[in-house]
Design a protein around this ligand. Structure first.
Ligand code: PFF
Length: 450
């Protein structure tokens, strides 16, 4: 066991659960889920998404915790130790850490937009009135070089500040503040949404599955998103699991974290759709849904600006607790594999991630004409690379590793977490060996051939 002062461990079970929930709940829940559910017909997509979370997401999360906890090491070292030093499996660990590095570099740009919108809400959107003027602000935000660089820097700086504090004083403490605040903010906004005329329509849209609206592309998108939203394939859950004591039930934790994450995604829909329907807007507005439609709607509501501020602070907080879980695997790698101090292992990767994110921050403006692959800007290419290639591949490797390569006795010990092994084990192991690899391969083939 490699337990050094710089590595750390959780102070309490609740702290661990909040940190993992913080990792899972992020832009994926509040920014992405409502718009992809909207684009894919609502209820039917939600249903398939729930199935994916349950049968693929949760089993893989348990795998990540098992790999991390059994070695108390960051992903690269963990794969190395458990595979007896196999270079191929160490490569799988490196893939996860690299995915976290690349994801954070552009996740921070989107989180920067959320921070920019906090500023804009506080200042009343620069006095803009009317749907067109307010909706048009997103175009300005998106293509502002100075703005994007500034907010990208500010967001990485906040993330770095927390990770510098270490596992307990940094990540755990921040999660204890961010997560409950996030829930309170969600419920305040929900209380508002419930009173709106479009609430009934929103409930039907989210919960009534019209299966005729479902396409095979929608099913695969649901599966891909279940990975992203549960923070799988990036070493985040593996690293968080490595700070865990041996008797903590990782199976129950995976359920709790996934239920919380799903609840937030559904709540986000129940907050945004009533507002959108009440004002006659379209839920299929795509990635601009949060940034374009919501401010237009807030501007027409009584107390709209304080509510808008609350909403974008919520988005920023959610992004921040996810971002720390992306920097931490890189930091843990430097501590475990390179023997760096936490300060050095945080500052140097954070600076590198900031720099690597600069072309993404500039993709809406001076680099908008620079296409790395096909029609894709640098930002779009990084997004495609992480979400569609690195993440599913790493997920596949994790399932195959636990299903076929890891010592079965260690796997059983981790699953049982100090208690007698229960019947659920064989169901889970079946999922890991057969269902997860097939499902993830299907997504992979779909996205690279589309
Ligand atoms: N789960 C986060 C979200 O839904 O926004 C994104 C994320 C964080 C993905 C951490 C992967 C990860 F390792």
């Amino acid at each position: 066991m490699s337990e050094t002062a710089d590595r750390g461990h959780w102070g309490s079970r609740l702290g661990f659960l909040l940190a993992c929930a913080g990792s899972a709940v992020g832009l994926g829940n509040i920014w992405k889920f409502p718009y992809i559910a909207g684009e894919n017909g609502g209820g039917a997509f939600v249903l398939i998404y729930l199935v994916c979370i349950f049968f693929v997401g949760i089993p893989i999360m348990i795998c990540e915790f098992a790999i991390g906890r059994s070695t108390h090491s960051s992903p690269v070292k963990a794969f190395g130790e458990l595979s007896g030093g196999s270079k191929g499996w160490i490569g799988a660990g490196i893939l996860s850490v690299a995915a976290a590095f690349v994801l954070l570099s552009f996740y921070s740009v989107v989180a920067g937009w959320a921070m920019h919108y906090v500023y804009l809400s506080v200042t009343g959107f620069g006095g803009a009135t009317g749907a067109e003027a307010i909706g048009g602000i997103f175009g300005e935000v998106f293509s502002s070089t100075k703005g994007n660089l500034f907010w990208h820097f500010a967001f990485i700086a906040m993330t770095t500040g927390i990770v510098l504090g270490g596992v307990q004083a940094g990540i755990e403490r921040a999660s204890r503040i961010l997560m409950p605040t996030l829930f309170i903010m969600l419920f305040i906004l929900l209380a508002k949404a419930v009173t709106m005329p479009g609430f009934g329509k929103a409930v039907t849209f989210v919960f009534y599955p019209d299966l005729s609206k479902l396409s095979s592309a929608g099913i695969l998108e649901a599966l891909g998103h279940s990975f992203f939203t549960l923070s799988l394939g990036m070493g985040s859950m593996m690293t968080y699991g490595s700070y865990l004591k041996d008797d903590f039930d990782i199976v129950r934790s995976s359920f709790v974290i996934s239920v919380l994450d799903t609840a937030v995604a559904l709540l986000a829909c129940l907050i945004m759709y009533p507002i959108i329907f009440s004002f006659g807007m379209d839920p299929q507005a795509g990635p601009g849904l949060v940034f374009k439609s919501m401010p237009i709607v807030f501007a027409q509501m009584p107390f709209g600006m304080p509510l808008a501020t609350l909403f974008f602070v919520l988005l920023t907080f959610a992004a921040l607790s996810s971002a720390i879980s992306l920097l931490e695997p890189v930091t843990a790698y430097m501590i475990d594999n390179r023997g760096w101090s936490r300060v050095k292992a945080t500052l140097i990767p954070a600076a590198a991630i900031f720099l690597f994110g600069v072309p993404s921050a500039l993709s809406g403006d001076i680099l908008s004409g620079y296409h790395l692959v096909g029609e894709k800007t640098f930002f779009d290419t990084m997004d495609f690379l992480v979400s569609n290639i690195m993440m599913p591949l790493a997920g596949l490797f994790i399932a195959v590793f636990v299903g076929y390569r890891m010592d079965i006795e260690i796997v059983k010990k981790e699953f049982a977490s100090g208690k007698p092994l229960n019947k659920l084990f064989s169901v889970w192991f079946f999922m890991v060996k057969y269902v997860c690899p097939v499902a993830v391969t299907a997504v992979f083939i779909h996205v690279i051939t589309k």
